[in-house]
Design a protein around this ligand. Structure first.
Ligand code: SAM
Ligand code: DTB
Ligand code: SF4
Length: 362
């Protein structure tokens, strides 16, 4: 689908186009029009601005890598129109009960061996039942003991559940707003936007890092993408991690026949997220299977600095780890944490380049 960014008028961003303050104020009062003005900037100005801001807080050549595991799959009572795990849609998915702790730990060990630094566990639940909590807490404990960061996404949480997860050592909780408050009702009817904000509040209060973002390509308007980022950026604290998913169109879901989402609009969304939330990790999340290497490179340039690593997301495919590594090597990107063995780009190239690289490195 063609971009719905119709104008490329320069907003009044003299402080941005001219000089970026050494440390931009971290704001929580962005207006809709201010954010929309970023979306409609000329593409090069937008990417340049995002990259400058990115460099104030992050190493531009480093990307955080996480591994995702579905610990309970399918048969979810919710009606999220994008989701292959909802029991309401026939997607041919095989239902799996909550995994045993030992099996989860075996997967976490394998993820650690591939160099991942964070292990994210997702369950197709509306919210966890208290009777499931001991098993879930044992997973957090066990993964933490392996020396990995822990992340969970289990649906809505009550305050006491968030506290228990925090005490077990949970580092991040993922709970997405998914879209703007205005478009939300077109996508999900079984829980409200406020329910989601409440869960994020409980997570924050329990001292767990918040991971919250959304999905683009669900037929939403530019104003809805603006609205989603406005909600995230105006939270009392910016989410420490902001996943931006490009809809994975799964056969059997009501959104299976959505048009392709414009690639430039996706890159713009990443860039605007980076500008609004300068200190947050912006995660290039679902949908990478539809992005070529050049698009990945542009998305990293726009300020994305986190990915899911490994060939499966929860139920759908993700690029193979060696493909990501090859691209990292070609772009001179390092995986954060230094656990992944990488070849400097020039070592794969000519002898002259190797000599130059070694000289530069010394
Ligand atoms: N059941 C829990 C919940 O919804 O809070 C946790 C798991 S749920 C699968 C986690 C997130 O995955 C959703 O909030 C949504 O943003 C994302 N997601 C699910 N299906 C997707 C799809 N087809 N394309 C892109 N993102 C998707
Ligand atoms: C997030 O924002 N994206 C991930 C993670 N958080 C849990 C999930 C993507 C799921 C894509 C569809 C699937 O594999 O089932
Ligand atoms: Fe259930 Fe989560 Fe999928 Fe919604 S996104 S149907 S809550 S698994």
């Amino acid at each position: 689908m063609k971009s719905d960014v119709s104008s490329t008028v320069s907003p009044s961003t003299s402080s941005i186009n001219g000089s970026i303050p050494t440390e931009p104020a971290i704001r929580h009062n962005w207006t809709h029009n201010e954010i929309k003005a970023f979306f409609t900037m000329p593409f090069n100005d937008l990417l340049f601005t995002a990259q400058q801001i990115h460099r104030l807080y992050f190493d531009p050549n480093e990307v955080q890598v996480s591994t995702l595991l579905s610990i309970k799959t399918g048969a979810c009572p919710e009606d999220c129109k994008y989701c292959p795990q909802s029991t309401r849609y026939d997607t041919g998915l095989e239902v799996e009960q909550l995994m045993e702790v030992e099996k989860v730990l075996a997967e976490a060990r394998a993820a650690k061996a591939t160099g991942s630094t964070r292990f994210c566990m997702g369950a197709a639940w509306r919210s966890p039942k208290d009777r499931d909590m001991p098993v879930v807490l044992a997973m957090v404990n066990g993964v933490k003991e392996l020396g990995l960061e822990t992340c969970m996404t289990l649906g809505m949480l009550k305050p006491h559940q968030a506290i228990a997860l925090s005490e077990a050592g949970l580092d991040y909780y993922n709970h997405n707003l998914d879209t703007s408050p205005e478009y939300y009702g077109d996508i999900i009817t079984t829980r409200t936007y406020q329910d989601r904000l409440d869960t994020l509040h409980h997570v924050r209060e329990a001292g767990i890092n918040v991971c919250s973002g959304g999905i683009v390509g669900m037929g939403e308007s530019l104003d809805d993408r603006v609205g989603l980022l406005q909600q995230l950026a105006n939270m009392p604290e910016h989410p420490q991690s902001v996943p931006i998913n490009r809809l994975v169109r799964v056969e059997g879901t009501p959104l299976a026949d959505q048009n392709d989402f414009d690639s430039f609009d996706f890159i713009r969304t990443i860039a605007v997220a980076r500008i609004l939330m300068p200190q947050s990790y912006v995660r290039l999340s679902a949908g990478r299977e539809t992005m070529n290497e050049e698009m990945h490179a542009l998305v990293y340039f726009a300020g994305a600095n986190s990915i899911f690593y490994g060939e499966k997301l929860l139920t759908t495919p993700n690029p193979a780890a060696n493909k990501d590594l090859e691209l990292f090597n070609r772009l001179g990107i390092r995986a954060e944490g230094g656990r992944i063995e990488q070849t400097p780009p020039s070592l794969q190239s000519s002898r002259a380049e190797r000599i130059f690289y070694n000289a530069a490195a010394n």
